[in-house]
Write a protein that binds this ligand. Sequence first.
Ligand code: AMP
Ligand code: MG
Length: 325
Amino acid sequence: MKFCLGIESTAHTFGVGIVTFDGKILANAKRQFTTSEGGMIPSDVARHHEEIKEVVLKEALEKANVSWKDISLISYSAAPGLAPCLIVGKNFAAALAKEHDIALVGVNHSICHLTIGDLICGAKDPMYLYVSGPNTQVIGLSGGRYRVFGETLDVGLGNMLDKFAREIGLGFPGGPKVEKLAVGKYVELPYSVKGMDVSFAGMLTKALRLFRSGTPKEDVCFSLQETAFAMLAEVAERALAHTGKSELLLIGGVAANKRLCKMLDVMCKGRGAKFHAVPLEYSGDQGVMIAWQGVLQFKAGETVNPDGAQIRPYERVDDVPVFWK
Ligand code: AMP
Ligand code: MG
């Protein structure tokens, strides 16, 4: 049996995951940088990762019950992310690869969110709806690359819900709070779909204005969800229709929302497509997805020299040719 160890360090999470070459998950150790005020200064996050990297590695190796001689591959998140954080992961991975004489590969973190979804949900060639704090994107494989079919023109949906919740005093993270309060009646909010793109800034402004002029928060929360999720269902459905794909895979932290899952499921059923939502443990940042993508690229013949290993902080999903599929 062959094993791959994956190291995630693009942003707030430092993670080490271990998987087998045939996709069995053995360990998912991680720590998140947090502050009481929120926000992230890249150099502070990098210091955090530097300080806890050995502990997280040890935890993963113990959980998986494997030793270095069992590991055939090390994979690290080379892109995209905060440069000081990426460097910590890259240097750690390269040093371990040299020390233990193990093959090394660098992967794109955004693509890992997609391919771990495929593995966990058993999806073949889905349209992906990626809805996290900062991201809202409709992505699908077409012409050998993961193409962004549509995305938010301003804030990500998660961040919009977080901002609304913070402004009305619900605390962070806002998504789950809004979901709990979404039991009122509908008040109209701007429904903003432009082609395949969506926009949430106007909805946020209007929602705050309604709340401040006395509309019950239950009504505003309900309306935020109904409007924003209907927009996502519309663009996701159009993407399915145009590409002829028959699966939709929801990823990102907002995938935890039951109402969003329900609406997407109803839309998919209506057109004979299959809906999958990635469970929370694997929809956020972690090392398992880095390890699995490493396996895919290694099996297709890729390795990098530890001395020449790179980071690419600004690489987008559609910059990467999908040579492993
Ligand atoms: P991520 O950026 O992928 O780590 O996801 C975090 C985002 O997901 C935050 O903006 C949360 O507010 C949001 N989120 C988490 N749970 C829910 C939920 N039940 N409903 C809506 N949004 C959620
Ligand atoms: Mg991520």
